[in-house]
Design a binder for this molecule. Structure first.
Ligand code: GDD
Ligand code: MN
Length: 379
């Protein structure tokens, strides 16, 4: 595509800074050894197209942001958004896209797994009318084998099939982290995107659809490459987060992802409680009441830490705010317990059905705990 825009200065070179036509958003966490090479490859691939590279870095300990700023002194079409105390791939992409005035937006991983050479073709597809262009490992001659281990290929296949239930057959690679769109596509849904999680593309498609916008989607195949330097940030937590997003999409967004994750954590708390109770009354030999109190405290503590890393990964509490948050969480959950018993008693007085009353109480306290901790704990 070199020279396809005659007369426009080449961004990033001595000719000075041209208003970017394409913004390439690069979410990054510990990608220091990839950023410069990525920029060089982008500049080569996008020769003739004024672009800017927007690195959105979550204050990586390896100094990715500092290096990016140094590079930005040499290449004025590099920008760095450095976020403090935040983690999250989706929210990083959203904030990067929101930060630019370019009429076209792309998202690409920092680790060179996505083949940057197809970007000009992706841009052409968008200009030809596509609302969204997905770099796909599974369309045409694309492939995922090069960049994923066997186990991850299986996991990815399952996740892709689950995603298919939400987005239909329109996209062969709904889990892709590589895509491009006119900014109008982003602007139409930006305020409604779910910021906690890894799967921004799936969310973008499903949210657009709920708004009544059926996106014209084009795909450009590519071969997924092995990571250049550093390590993947994929983890069991990310997988559970994905499950939450997926369930939320199945309810057409009626139940927010964070509520579903909060509920999953709550359910895990029941297991923690029962295990602790067994331990306290058994090997530890405590009488029932102190054992029950201990089990309740342990379950609340485990719920708190799980919610902090999973449900609210994007606004995790640290340091002294973490411990204050934990104390507050105990108080809120105790109030939730009172709400639980009051509602259960009320329903029981009306209906005399143990199961229905118990369920009503439990639902009441989950919603109460969720709503109140959202306002006071993870605000
Ligand atoms: N700012 C920020 N914050 N960036 C993050 C975070 C975070 O918490 N977590 C990951 N990233 C950045 C990484 O630095 C990298 O540039 C990109 O997001 C992808 O992360 P990887 O850790 O390399 O993920 P992966 O290779 O296992 O999976 C990626 O590629 C798949 C195929 O396209 C992801 O993009 C998947 O969503 C995608 O399915
Ligand atoms: Mn990667």
């Amino acid at each position: 595509m070199a020279g396809s825009h005659p007369g426009t200065p080449t961004a990033g070179q001595e000719s000075g800074y041209a208003a970017p036509h394409l913004a390439v958003i690069v979410p990054s966490f510990n990608e220091r050894d990839n950023i410069e090479l990525l920029y060089e490859r982008l500049a080569l691939a996008l020769d003739g197209i004024p672009f800017e590279m927007v690195v959105v870095d979550d204050d990586s300990p390896d100094g990715t942001a500092g290096l990016t700023r140094e590079l930005a002194q040499v290449y004025p079409n590099i920008r760095c958004i450095r976020r403090y105390g935040r983690r999250g791939l989706s929210s990083a992409c959203v904030e990067g896209m929101a930060s630019t005035a370019a009429p076209y937006l792309a998202v690409i991983d920092a680790d060179l797994q996505h083949d940057e050479r197809i970007l000009p073709q992706m841009l052409e597809e968008a200009k030809a009318g596509a609302d969204l262009v997905v770099g796909s490992r599974f369309a045409g001659h694309g492939s995922a084998a090069g960049g994923l281990s066997r186990a991850r290929q299986r996991g990815s296949a399952l996740a892709t099939r689950l995603a298919g239930l939400v987005v239909g057959e329109a996209v062969s690679d709904p889990m892709s982290g590589y895509f491009l769109m006119p900014r109008t596509t982003f602007d139409a849904v930006a305020s409604r995107l779910n910021k906690d999680g890894f799967k921004i593309l799936l969310d973008l498609i499903a949210t657009s659809r709920r708004q009544g916008r059926h996106l014209a989607i084009a795909e450009v195949p590519y071969d997924f490459r092995p990571r250049h330097a550093g390590e993947s940030k994929m983890s069991p937590l990310i997988v559970v987060q994905y499950l939450g997003l997926w369930l939320s999409q199945l309810t057409r967004g009626v139940l927010p992802t964070s509520f579903l994750l909060f509920a999953m954590v709550g359910a895990s708390g029941i297991f923690v409680h029962m295990a602790m109770l067994a331990l306290a009354t058994g090997p530890l030999g405590l009488p029932f009441v102190p054992a029950q109190v201990t089990a309740t405290l342990v379950a609340m503590t485990s719920n708190f830490f799980l919610n902090n890393v999973l449900t609210y990964a994007d606004r995790r509490l640290h340091g002294s705010r973490l411990w204050l948050g934990l104390l507050g969480f105990y108080v809120i959950c105790s109030l939730g317990g009172i709400a639980n018993i009051s509602v259960a008693t009320m329903v029981y007085d009306l209906r005399h059905e143990t199961f229905v009353s118990g369920l009503a109480g439990a639902l009441m306290s989950s919603v109460f705990n969720y709503a109140v901790t959202r306002v006071f704990t993870w605000k």
